[in-house]
Write a protein that binds this ligand. Structure first.
Ligand code: ZN
Length: 579
């Protein structure tokens, strides 16, 4: 029997339950890789709101699952916890699923607790190495549109761990050499218990499995409002304003001129409606004054006899910003070691073929010259000065942070990602926010970049630096021939989507979602139109068919298709209703 009414549409939020995978005891920095970091990255990139329940520090409580009024807080629990749970915890999970109708999605071998097996309708047996791939028939909602071989599009592996289960009350949607690998059980007409099996350390490296996880969440909740990034590229270019080109012999070249920037960057970008995110350096080492001075006021002939005109560079950058094709991001404050004076220096005033030729001096957030970390307070000062000086120069607060030469500090106290998040940056190869920070890749690309799940962060040809343009000016525009079917979005746009606050509200006779854009992190989506994909499961679609889809109070379409594109006009607050 179902008392299902639209008023009971599930909350658009999931609870990710883990054991001790979150290595930071302060629950802020997500690092070290593994399926936990992957799921955090995916949920931020897809736009699926989530909370994390870490069982290594928390006593499970009914209020983890129910709100003040006793209603479910989540549409689904994502179960990524291993090890035993107590009988009373088992009861809490059972009540959350069976009484509150919160669906359950478990991954990999995280199914060893008897209560989790009972809810999933499977019995865990063992796991052993095996060469088979999981294969599906594509008939189910969860696997619809996916290839038969669910290990297509991912690393080649001779074998990996295969979890073995017996079906009790579930049925299999995918198998590996005859053994169930993806299963589902219908607990009520609006509640599902889904298991996505596989080697938990590797399964999410495969595109079809990642997509199956996203679709399983839609099936579990009934709907989702998500982003995917299949044909999106974020072009990045490092180093405008840096001092290496004036002082480091093997990285020597003239700073780009306004004319070069206009002809070889702005014009091709405009012609392809593309955006370039430029990692800029607003502080310059003044060798005479022995202090940091504003980069964009420097005009001089360097020690190699090359004319350096950073004033002209700045004019070019301003022109690109005005044309809407440049985004200014932070590449640190100076691209230089904070301590340019002590042993084995000084760097100041030394000959070009002496200490000055050592690359280690030109790294800001790890002391490469002395092989030690940069202390937290020093890093923080440089991060804040970068943002402050860029704002002085361009009237833009940078949202992305990236270090010169990938020089980063990783210890808990000095961690560069955590410090950048605290300084207000929104991305550094991974999500940075006030809630948590993901230690992404330092090379400016991102985990899963260039898949359906994360845009491709592409260092702009020819070499990802202004240096490449100085040597081969025409080399940049080739990117548009190489990637003809892509759109070149800005990094600020991607940061905006990751920071969007999506929330479902109780709504009398329908469903209502609010989408709020923070004025700092999401400014690109406040200023421009934004788009999302509204995804309906088959079971909820049958219930809402024919109802109106209302965007910001206007009826724009009727619920009938699995996917509906949702377009929001510029602005900070939006609503999506089905009624
Ligand atoms: Zn650099």
């Amino acid at each position: 029997m179902s008392l299902y009414g639209l008023a009971e549409v599930k909350p658009y939020r999931v609870l990710l339950v883990i054991s001790d995978q979150w290595k930071d005891p302060r629950s802020f920095l997500v690092s070290g890789g593994g399926e936990f970091q992957t799921m955090v990255t995916l949920f931020k990139s897809w736009g699926i709101p989530f909370d994390i329940l870490r069982l290594d520090q928390t006593i499970m409580d009914p209020s983890h699952f129910a709100d003040f009024g006793g209603k479910p807080r989540y549409g689904a629990i994502i179960w990524d916890a291993f090890g035993e749970i107590s009988d009373s915890d088992g009861t809490l999970i059972r009540d959350a699923v069976e009484r509150l109708h919160i669906s359950l999605v478990a991954v990999g071998n995280r199914v060893q607790q008897p209560e989790i097996q009972r809810l999933l309708g499977i019995r865990y047996k063992a796991e052993h190495m095996h060469s088979s791939h999981p294969t599906g028939d594509g008939q189910s909602f969860i696997l619809r549109g996916l290839p038969v071989d669910l290990h297509e599009r991912g690393p080649a592996a001779v074998a990996m761990r295969r979890v073995q289960v017996d079906l009790v009350e579930a049925h299999a949607l995918a198998t590996a050499a005859g053994m169930p690998q993806i299963t589902t059980r219908e607990l009520a007409d609006d509640t599902r218990a889904i298991w996505i099996g596989g080697d938990v350390d590797q399964m999410l490296l495969y595109q079809p499995i990642r997509t199956a996880l996203r679709r399983a969440i839609t099936e579990a909740i009934g709907y989702s409002l998500v982003k995917t990034w299949t044909h999106d590229i974020v072009l990045t270019m490092d180093d405008l304003g840096n001092a290496q080109n004036s002082w480091l012999e093997h990285w020597h070249y003239p700073a780009l001129s306004q004319d070069q920037i206009r002809r070889y960057l702005i014009e091709p970008l405009k012609a392809h409606h593309a955006v370039l995110s430029i990692n800029t350096v607003p502080g310059f080492v003044d060798d005479e004054k022995r202090r940091i001075v504003p980069t964009w006021q420097q005009q001089f002939t360097d020690g190699f006899g090359t004319r350096q005109d950073y004033v002209s560079t700045k004019k070019g950058l301003d022109e690109g910003i005005a044309a809407g094709v440049f985004e200014i991001e932070s590449h640190g404050w100076t691209h230089m070691q904070p301590d340019l004076s002590s042993e084995p220096g000084p760097w100041w005033g030394t000959p070009l073929d002496g200490e000055r030729a050592e690359m280690g001096w030109y790294r800001e957030f790890y002391d490469v010259r002395r092989n030690r970390e940069i202390p937290a307070a020093e890093q923080k000062f440089h991060m804040e000065k970068s943002a402050e000086w860029l704002q002085q120069e361009f009237d833009i607060v940078p949202l992305e942070f990236s270090t010169g030469g990938n020089g980063v500090s990783r210890s808990p106290d000095n961690n560069t990602w955590r410090l950048a998040a605290e300084a207000g940056y929104g991305y550094y190869g991974g999500y940075l926010g006030k809630d948590l920070a993901v230690e992404g890749r330092a090379d400016s690309n991102a985990d899963f970049g260039g898949t359906d799940d994360v845009p491709l962060l592409l260092p702009a040809p020819p070499d990802g630096h202004d240096r490449g343009i100085a040597h081969d000016p025409a080399g940049f525009a080739n990117v548009f021939e190489k990637y003809p079917d892509y759109q070149f979005i800005g990094l600020d746009e991607y940061i905006g989507y990751q920071h969007a606050a999506l929330k479902s509200l109780p709504s009398g006779d329908g469903m209502k979602l609010t989408v709020d854009y923070d004025p700092h992190y999401c400014r690109a989506l406040v200023a421009k139109p934004s788009t999302w994909d509204f995804h309906l499961s088959d079971w909820l679609r049958a219930k809402v068919k024919g109802k109106g889809i209302w965007v910001d109070g206007k009826k724009t379409s009727v619920a009938q298709d699995e996917w509906t594109a949702i377009s929001f006009s510029p602005g900070a607050h939006h609503t999506l209703e089905v009624r």
